[in-house]
Design a protein around this ligand. Sequence first.
Ligand SMILES: [Zn+2]
Ligand SMILES: [Zn+2]
Ligand SMILES: [Zn+2]
Length: 321
Amino acid sequence: MSSICAKCGAPAPLQCSRCSSSSYKLCSKQCQTADWKLHKLTCNRDLAILDTPDNKGKGLYARRAFAVGDVVLTEKPLFSITGGLDQATMSRFNGMSEAPKEIIHNMANSHPTAESAMGGVLRTNTIPQGSDRSAATKSSLYAIICRANHSCHPNCSWRWRPDLQKEILVAQHPIAEGAEILCSYVEVWTKREERQKLISRGFNFVCDCSLCSDAELEKVVVEFRDAEENILACGRPGGDPVEAVRAVEHTIQLAKDSGLGSPMFLKSAHNDLRQVYAHMAVHGVVRHKKLYEAKVRENGVEHDRLEKICNGGGGGGGGVD
Ligand SMILES: [Zn+2]
Ligand SMILES: [Zn+2]
Ligand SMILES: [Zn+2]
């Protein structure tokens, strides 16, 4: 690890007492004070921004282990934009203080031929606010989260929390100390051809992650995607609700057996399943009540809630938990 002062390059015996990161060294109190405005934006006890071993630039690494569902980080945006990079946005950027500007200038740029360097950085790094990427109108840059590299089989996911006005990073799989934090830049469970197209167009690289280099796992993705399309088809008027249940169960089984579905994912898939059941009950598919009850038990959905749904207590709400 580096033992050169982050500020002046002199031999550096000191480290930051707040994060005690071994990759951030200082020669003196003076240098620490001079560098604090910049360092505080990435100063974190649990995460470190380090060079990747394969020289692909920087990556985000866990400095401790995380369990599934742990909030790895919550972070305020450095800078947000709505729509394109117009003059007003550019002058707002220029009016910011030096430290966040420096961080943004040092971010990766996958679009060197973009209209401007700033445009390239924005296109490479902004994260849309909201769960639906294509529908989000506002997107933001973050000092730490933006350093997370991509994998089609990620161990973390990010989510905008409007109540906190912060982006949160949540562990989707167990993360060991020292492991790289990986997020998917495209929707997970997208077929390889489509993923590769989105990644190449949006980020200008060819993904060789653990999923992209495993043909057997990719077959699971294809099967999963097809089953999902089947669920949608069954949900349309005249669709077969029992077939919908089968298709949802099939996706859950695929996700479980392949290890591709994180426990977080499985939880939300069970919610989907519950909604299909609820939909069936609400729409009077009572003859399937037995199947419904058995399946709900099997899938660990609380029985009292099921009873309520079956007995006309609603179920249109959905999205519980
Ligand atoms: Zn120094
Ligand atoms: Zn620090
Ligand atoms: Zn990949």
